[in-house]
Design a protein around this ligand. Sequence first.
Ligand code: URA
Length: 461
Amino acid sequence: MKTVALAGEDDFDGWRDAARALAAAGIAAADVTWRVGESGGELFGDAAALTPAAVPHFAVPRAFIDLARTVVCHSDPQRFAFLYTLLLRLRGAPRALEDGADPLVRRVEALAKAVRRDIHKMHAFLRFREIEDDDGPRFVAWFEPEHHIVRAASGFFVRRFAAMRWSILTPQLSVHWDGVRLVEGPAASRADAPADDPVEAVWRTYYASIFNPARLKVGAMLKEMPKKYWKNMPETALVGELVAGAQAREASMVEKSGTQVGSNALAAWQAVREEARGCTRCHLFECAMQTVFGEGPVTAPLMFVGEQPGDQEDLAGKPFVGPAGQLFDRALGDAGIDRSQAYVTNAVKHFKFERRGKRRIHSKPDAGEIEACRWWIEQERSILRPALTVALGATAGRSLFGKAITIAGYRGRAHALPEGGEAWVTVHPSFLLRVQDNKEAEYARFVEDLVRVKERLTELS
Ligand code: URA
């Protein structure tokens, strides 16, 4: 029996080095015990048995390394063993990871998903409180992650708050940024973090301004912002009050001037767009250059939803600027719709692609990716509340209706949406680029759909 002692709970390098040595020596997964702590990165037991390369070296797919790096952060004590078992399996079956029905692959994928979700929660729900130390203001936050994600999640805060001095305290460890370097410190307790400060008032005002009583869904709120995080989030002190006054607020919102609602909406939209920059809700963020958020006036009554950014959109950070976007612009012009007066976004906010040589080839988002990204489009829709939303293609339709749809079944008529407003469905502009038969007729039909949308908008307003 071999025992591996890793340096820390998230010691990916230690796991990888030990796993490589064990695999090369032909050690079965059942013959290894993984431990954390004591002396790190060491193999105990009959170490001599590891020296001869009993088994030829084998390469593992990059996707496995990425997966393992994530899974190591999980709190499941068996994670190291699962990963080593999977590693050995890859030797005989290099495509083993693609078998989504395999129980071990599923288990490991589920661990990775939980870790990504925990990282997302930390990015989204951590709140800094301002204190003053000898060198001036410092922002301190307390957070209780479920998994060992603090190191993995810290880069996001470094990028986003590079100019501030901040500390994140957790029961696992603390991390401190001084504007230049990130240093680690020991585990902390909640009492080490300040309880309240004036920054909280800003959060409360912001939250009150984006809270949309007409879209109050307590179940969804709890799912996305589980109660356990509430105690560290100043704005949640308002939730009870806001929920209780929801109807009255909706009535008064309707009466408010458009300008007031518009400026609140703009602040809310900017905050959501900012948050989406750090989105890790699914794995697509790992390869794309950036989140491509929607753009256009937040008061626009018309919203277009595409599928996902393409290669050029990923580079530019803007939706519909590549070949499909140019065709879309032409059709909008032919239909008499001013794109600058509409809001244009995508169902999925990261570019999904496969590499072929130097080229990045578009790859269709799957149901899980569309579902993960609905969080953002729902926020965009709840801020804009457009009278009319046009789904360009089946992916956009799936995102809007929450289920698979066919273009043929939905095209050419209005569909009331449960949260208000109506949806129209038409083809995606890239279909018009691809189609070989009746190209001109298909384009004319697309323009016709847009003309109907424009007429309907006039009727509604
Ligand atoms: N296709 C889309 O669906 N969206 C874009 O932004 C570009 C191409």
